[in-house]
Design a protein around this ligand. Structure first.
Ligand code: HEC
Length: 114
């Protein structure tokens, strides 16, 4: 009987991870893209194609595993930080118009999940 203990522990951990994983990245992709469209984000960003700004998949790759990603991007999207364009000129990044911070955070979660 003792030999079963590690197996069931592993199974329990796996089950917990399966429950937790979707919750941790429960970004609503439709809502995220709707907000991005309303804000004309796609004028300068593609999901997997760089335009004036980087492709969002590149952004996701850059921030992969970085705990501060969500917070950094929230500041990026709400404070008009300087943004460097493809042609090297700099201007303030567009400040997102969003009905509430949760919607902005959802968009950020979605971008980071790409
Ligand atoms: C006028 C063009 C333009 C528009 C519109 C625009 N962006 Fe950007 N964005 C840029 C540029 C240029 C950069 C690169 C900034 C840098 O690396 O300095 C950037 C960078 C980003 C990044 C990466 C920031 C980082 O820390 O690496 C994210 C995420 C982003 N934009 C999201 C958005 C969202 C969401 C919207 C819509 C609300 C949006 N952008 C609208 C030009 C734009």
């Amino acid at each position: 009987m003792r030999s079963h203990a590690p197996v069931s522990l592993a199974a329990t951990v796996a089950a917990c991870l399966m429950i937790l994983a979707p919750a941790a990245q429960a970004a609503d992709a439709d809502a995220a893209q709707a907000l991005a469209r309303q804000n004309n984000c796609f004028r300068c960003h593609g999901v997997d194609k760089a335009k004036d700004g980087p492709a969002w998949k590149e952004v996701a790759a850059k921030y992969k595993g970085k705990a501060e990603a969500q917070q950094k991007l929230f500041i990026h999207l709400t404070t008009g930080e300087k943004a460097k364009f493809a042609d090297e000129h700099e201007e303030e990044h567009k400040i997102i118009k969003s009905p509430d911070a949760a919607k902005t955070k959802n968009l950020i979660d979605w971008i980071l999940s790409l």
